[in-house]
Write a new protein. Structure first.
Length: 372
């Protein structure tokens, strides 16, 4: 039996999402068609959009505020590109996901400013404020870090950005389903999420927009999504994402955190272990550990052979031998930054699964060290 501890890369498909997608398989209409079949497809699409909007708080104008995309990465790019004027400064923390860094670099004429963090991954607020002073600017940051599980002080970061006249883009891909998103809507211009992190299918994302925010499309053709994201919508994917969003239960977070805390304590007891981000607020669902003398990829492979799915960092960088940019930003050298092991838990993680990993990991670490 497999043990899945890689929820940060993608959650297993939720039964509600699977059922909703199966129920929608016979919908033949294009949501943009005006005949009865098209109207049925449109109704299902808009129902799912409202389910997604509910993650951000009850919205009566979901169609205006939720832009459906093909991924969280696309949502981030759409927001940054749409809010950054030509030649703007785009300010991004060093520990942010490659999607945010890539979006910043893609803005024509942008002056990209990368802001450092402390040893626990906490963003340097003074440096953040100084970088924004060059204005006009877009401030982009992750609400929850994808490798560490650390929770950013969104209110402080956004307040500093707004004082400088900057627009605020929040990457909530690793936050959705882990923390409440409604507070983020009070400080952001745009918030990006992704379906597969919630237990929906991969290949779907969404962008929440604050009232009055308008965006130019990345591809300037097509009327779908009110002209903001052309192309026929992925109806099955959106339906699945909507059902997964509706199934989110933040009430399960304390139980997940208790299991993760027990696993983390066992990991910390292994000689030579370091827990990254331990001094910062975290979701309680992610553990990023390093074991002296052992590379993260080595442990990922060893755990896989034992039936445990884990990772050494962002899934989009899987297979790379490069050191983790997140761990490098914490001040680690290249070799140490190759040592990260990320274990991320979800609502379906059981006590028995945690016990099994606790029982196996010390021997795997010892074996990896002995192998040199």
């Amino acid at each position: 039996m497999r043990i899945y501890l890689d929820y940060n890369a993608g959650a297993p498909l939720h039964p509600a999402a699977r059922a909703a997608m199966a129920d929608a398989l016979d919908l033949a209409g294009n949501p943009s068609s005006i005949h009865a079949d098209g109207r049925r497809a449109r109704a299902r699409l808009e129902a799912a959009r409202r389910q997604i909007a509910a993650l951000f708080g009850a919205l009566d104008d979901a169609r205006d505020r939720i832009v459906l995309t093909g991924s969280g990465t696309e949502a981030i790019h759409l927001a940054v590109a749409g809010l950054a004027p030509a030649g703007a400064a785009v300010v991004v923390p060093a520990t942010d996901h490659p999607a945010m860094h890539g979006a910043a670099a893609a803005v024509a004429g942008a002056r990209v400013a990368t802001v450092g963090v402390d040893a626990d991954g906490v963003i340097d607020l003074a440096a953040w404020t100084a970088a924004l002073a060059a204005g006009p600017a877009v401030a982009g940051f992750a609400a929850v870090n994808h490798e560490l599980g650390t929770i950013a002080d969104a209110a402080a970061l956004a307040t500093a950005a707004r004082r400088a006249g900057a627009r605020v883009v929040i990457d909530a891909v690793a936050a959705a389903g882990r923390i409440a998103l409604a507070p983020l809507t009070e400080v952001a211009d745009a918030i990006a999420i992704a379906s597969h992190k919630l237990g929906g299918p991969a290949g779907v994302g969404a962008l929440w927009l604050a009232p009055g925010v308008t965006l130019a499309p990345l591809i300037p053709v097509g009327h779908q999504e009110r002209g903001r994201r052309p192309g026929t919508e992925n109806l099955l994917g959106v339906v699945g994402m909507g059902a997964a969003a509706a199934a989110v239960d933040l009430g399960a977070a304390p139980a997940v955190a208790r299991r993760a805390a027990r696993l983390e304590a066992a990991i910390a007891a292994i000689p030579g272990a370091t827990i990254h981000g331990a001094g910062a607020p975290r979701t309680g669902a992610t553990i990023n550990a390093r074991f002296a003398g052992v590379r993260g990829e080595t442990l990922v492979m060893a755990l896989d052979l034992e039936g445990v799915a884990a990772s050494s960092g962002a899934a989009c960088s899987s297979g790379s031998t490069a050191p983790s940019p997140v761990l490098r930003a914490l001040g680690l050298d290249d070799e140490a930054a190759r040592g990260g092991l990320r274990l991320s838990l979800g609502p379906a993680t059981t006590d028995a699964e945690v016990d099994a990993v606790i029982a196996r990991l010390p021997a795997l670490v010892a074996r990896a060290r002995a192998a040199g």
